[in-house]
Design a protein around this ligand. Structure first.
Ligand code: PGA
Length: 259
């Protein structure tokens, strides 16, 4: 049984002060989680405030949106896994499509970042996804497999089993045009199959695969109706604590109905 995980990706939103207020409101709305994991990834500048507001026994997991692959050194503007760990981060997003699209992130970088995350005791969440052009030209499977194989190169059995992959079709992100479960589920199967090929059936069974791209409180149940979908990476709908809490409550109630 894979524990479901809902992650909010704040992107470049909220100051440190706003982060503290968000955490307090979310905690009021959702005092317990009933068997699922919920986390959020503020900007670097708000991590400390969010961590403080979460307190000593946090209900929610704190994460970062990116990291650099070296632990320290002359890399102006970058933030390392070592630094994130000390700030109380549990997980870190790697290879989000906005990093790939706007900041030239390469598959080879995502691999180094996944390795750096594990080295520092952080749970990496590797994001993969095809563009609309890839989908229209039947390249989806190829692109997903390439991003996975490159991003996971050299990751060994136990770490591979504990990976979290976020499938986020680029055309569905921030567009209000979510993939349908019928579009997402085959890609989730492909991802699991690829992990099987990389490290055997046990890893394939255990790896968690989240869907991301215009997830809302209204459509989350449709995704979680599939056993293939182990949670969600949420952008726009995670910024308001009440909306994020509503989405999470629907996720807690949703049970898979298909094999
Ligand atoms: P969205 O973003 O929910 O606003 O589409 C998802 C993401 O980019 O992770």
């Amino acid at each position: 049984m894979r524990t479901r995980f809902i992650i909010g990706n704040w992107k470049m939103n909220k100051t440190a002060t706003e982060a503290g207020a968000f955490v307090r409101r979310l905690t009021e709305e959702l005092p317990s989680l009933d068997g699922i994991q919920v986390g959020f990834a503020p900007p670097f500048t708000a991590l400390h405030a969010a961590h403080e507001a979460l307190g000593p026994t946090p209900t929610f997991l704190l994460g970062a949106q990116d990291l650099y692959w070296e632990d320290k050194g002359a890399f102006t503007g970058e933030v390392s896994g070592t630094m994130l760990k000390e700030l109380g981060c549990h997980f870190v997003l790697v290879g989000h499509s906005e990093r790939r699209q706007f900041f030239g992130e390469q598959d080879s970088w995502t691999n180094k970042k996944v390795l750096a995350a594990w080295r520092n005791g952080l749970q990496p969440v590797l994001c993969v996804g095809e563009t609309l052009q890839d989908r229209d030209t039947d390249q989806t499977d190829l692109v997903i497999q390439r991003q996975l194989r490159a991003g996971l190169a050299g990751i060994e059995g136990p770490h591979l089993e504990s990976m979290i992959i976020a499938y986020e079709p680029v055309w569905a992100i921030g567009t209000g045009r979510a993939a349908s479960p019928a579009q997402a589920v085959p890609v989730h199967r492909l991802i699991r199959q690829t992990i099987n090929e990389l490290s055997g059936a046990e890893a394939g069974r255990r790896v968690r695969i989240l869907y991301g791209g215009s997830v809302t409180p209204h459509n989350i149940a449709d995704f979680l109706a599939s056993e293939e979908i182990d949670g969600a990476l949420v952008g726009g709908a995670c910024l308001d604590p009440v909306s994020f809490a509503t989405l999470t409550k629907v996720a807690i109630r949703s049970k898979p109905t298909t094999a």
